[in-house]
Design a protein around this ligand. Structure first.
Ligand code: KIV
Ligand code: NA
Length: 278
């Protein structure tokens, strides 16, 4: 498949063909996303912190760690548009600092666009980055980088006031130049309302079926772990079961001496030379 571009996403949106986005954190998962022509976007999410690095929260992830992983994902990415999250703290202190860090993401990690969590407070930054040619995907609704300030991971925009405020925020981010927007954990009606009132594609996660596209965390979708499963998660594979079976089969075969097989899985000497020696 040809490289997916921002324009491709606009075409998909206008055709009402759902956009597919999956996260990847390393070379093999990047290859897996790229192996299917129906995947449009690969996201190096800062969910990397929990599902790959065993950290408690995305707020513990550093920019260097993100660049390290995004670089590996870039090596395995072919047609999908490659986007990565700016980690917590890497775009907060000033617009200058944020630009420097975004440039590192593009230059060192070779990501094609960056994703930023936030509302009005990042509008100026979105405008600056966009004007410099660094495409920005916005992220509204549930903002995991603020889970402490918001007293946990909760559905957002349930009241009419909160929904209106979110719609206003979405409009501001669009006007600032965001090329697309993740909408996380909102009622499906609000997912639809925001989608209908923007001209850029929305990518939903727990935002119902009416957004322009969907995204899930790799480990949630593929069932590589048995951690907390949010309501919006569907397991499309049970990789944990397959993996555990493989570990069990390997360990048992070594323990019972059936691996390696002396014929099929072992090397042999050069008989004529070694007879003198043995
Ligand atoms: O970090 C992440 O994986 C994300 C997506 C789930 C949108 O931000
Ligand atoms: Na994220």
């Amino acid at each position: 498949r040809e490289k997916v571009t921002i324009q491709t996403l606009q075409v998909l949106r206008s055709r009402k063909e759902p956009i597919t986005m999956l996260t990847a954190y390393d070379y093999p998962t990047a290859l897996a996303c790229s192996s299917n022509p129906a995947i449009d976007i690969t996201l190096v999410g800062d969910s990397l912190a929990q599902v790959c690095l065993g950290l408690k929260s995305t707020t513990q992830l550093t920019l260097d760690q993100m660049i390290h992983h995004a670089t590996a994902v870039a090596r395995g990415t072919t047609h999908p548009l490659l986007i990565a999250d700016m980690p917590f703290g890497s775009y907060h202190a000033s617009v200058e600092q944020a630009i420097n860090n975004a440039v590192r993401m593009v230059r060192e990690a070779q990501v094609e666009a960056i994703k930023l969590e936030g509302g009005e407070e990042i509008v100026e930054l979105v405008r600056r980055l966009t004007s410099l040619g660094i495409p920005v995907m916005a992220h509204i609704g549930l903002l995991p980088q603020r889970h402490v300030a918001s007293s946990g991971y909760k559905v957002q925009g349930r009241s009419l006031d909160a929904a209106k405020a979110m719609m206003r925020t979405a409009k501001l981010l669009e006007q600032a130049g965001a090329f697309s927007m993740v909408v996380e954990a909102v009622p499906k009606e609000l997912g639809q309302f925001i989608t209908d009132n923007l001209s850029i594609p929305t990518i939903g996660i727990g935002a119902g079926p009416s957004t322009s596209g969907q995204v899930l965390v790799w480990d949630d979708a593929m069932g590589t772990w048995n951690g907390h499963k949010a309501k919006f998660v569907r397991r499309f594979a049970n990789m944990q079961a397959i993996r555990d079976e493989g570990v069990q089969n390997y360990a048992q075969s070594v323990k019972d001496g059936s691996f390696p097989d002396p014929q099929r899985e072992s090397y042999t000497i050069d008989k004529t030379e070694w007879t003198r020696f043995l």
